[in-house]
Design a binder for this molecule. Structure first.
Ligand code: NAP
Length: 303
């Protein structure tokens, strides 16, 4: 076995992402020491029961002491506070990273809180609609992409060490400019969540459709939106506020495209609708071909 890229990884925030990183390290790089901290005492207790990390610490400073990699796994707008709690406790040569879903704002928050540290942000594009210390699992990153967004001029050897860690956890790694990441994720992740939150809210507010009908006929498409719309409210509030510009830009484009389809329906323009749907069906096929989803009917659901 080749040598692990880090000896001691500290994880701050022991929810879905933090717990999954800890469990994945235990499974794929068992020689790496792991310590962790979460601000909620109940989460720390549950993390210890589930052995999400080797040692659950009572403070963030204790968790990061001696670590050569610190990964912040807290919601985007909590990065600042979480990082300040570690100020003065980091090893001078430690690499500081994170898993935040938006990158420009999170990188700025970490740099402001830890001005002396080497910060190499990252975003594993892997998750579920669940959160908290019971949600994590070791295989979350298998076959998924992890996007690393180093600042201009960052030491390539350090970026490579972080990439090696994510690869060891099963991820595929891409290095990208942070602003580009935020625009790409605005359209592939943030906008779809906003649409799901909207449509589920709209359906439940409709007076002529009862709640029981919404649930009864949900297999018509609605239930796939409800899975996304069940995602953690704190995290998603933070994602929209921390990636505001890119989301608003993509939302504008989306609104224009929606208006085009609305116009086609109003005019009875079947060709426009058919061409559009044929194009989107081909995109779905590419996602399956590239192993990013399950091709079985109903996404492999058995019920
Ligand atoms: P989560 O399950 O809610 O876990 C976050 C944990 O961080 C919670 O236990 C929270 O405690 C704790 N926390 C908040 N502020 C803290 C602080 N200042 N110090 C220490 N701990 C603190 O959320 P998650 O889904 O793992 O998301 C974590 C990060 O991963 C976010 O930045 C998100 O953008 C990113 N991400 C999420 C997904 C996804 O699908 N969920 C995918 C990729 C990346 P409280 O409960 O007390 O607030």
């Amino acid at each position: 076995m080749t040598e692990a890229p880090f000896h001691h990884v500290a994880i701050i925030g022991l929810g879905l992402l933090g717990g999954s990183v800890g469990l994945a390290l235990a499974e794929y790089l068992p020689g790496v020491r792991t310590t962790g901290y979460d601000r909620a005492p109940a989460t720390r207790a549950r993390a210890a029961e589930r052995a999400l990390v080797g040692t659950v610490c009572a403070t963030a400073a204790e968790a990061v002491a001696g670590a050569d990699l610190v990964i912040f796994c807290v919601p985007p707008l909590a990065m600042d506070d979480a990082a300040r709690d570690c100020s003065g406790a980091l090893r001078p040569d430690a690499i500081v990273s994170d898993v935040g879903s938006s990158k420009v704002a999170v990188a700025r928050a970490l740099a402001d809180a830890l001005p002396e540290a080497t910060i190499i942000p990252a975003h594993p594009v892997a998750g579920t609609e669940n959160s908290g210390p019971d949600a994590g699992f070791a295989h979350l990153f298998k076959g998924r992409w992890c996007i690393i967004t180093p600042a201009d001029g960052e030491d390539p050897a350090k970026v490579e060490r972080l990439a090696a860690l994510w690869q060891a956890l099963g991820a595929r790694v891409e290095v990208m400019d942070a602003a580009h990441h935020d625009r790409v994720l605005a359209v592939t992740s943030h906008l779809p969540h906003l649409i799901a939150y909207t449509i589920v809210g709209t359906a439940s507010d409709l007076e002529e459709v009862t709640q029981s009908e919404v649930i009864k006929y949900s297999a018509g498409g609605f239930r796939d939106f409800t899975r996304i719309a069940a995602s953690d409210p704190t995290m998603w509030r933070d994602v929209f506020l921390s990636n505001k510009d890119a989301v608003l830009e993509m939302l504008q484009t989306f609104s224009e495209d929606l208006s085009e389809l609305q116009k086609a329906i109003r005019k009875g323009d079947g060709d426009t609708l058919f061409e559009h749907f044929a194009r989107t069906r081909a995109i779905r096929r590419s996602i399956i071909e590239q192993g990013q989803d399950d091709a079985r009917p109903n996404f492999g659901r058995t019920e």
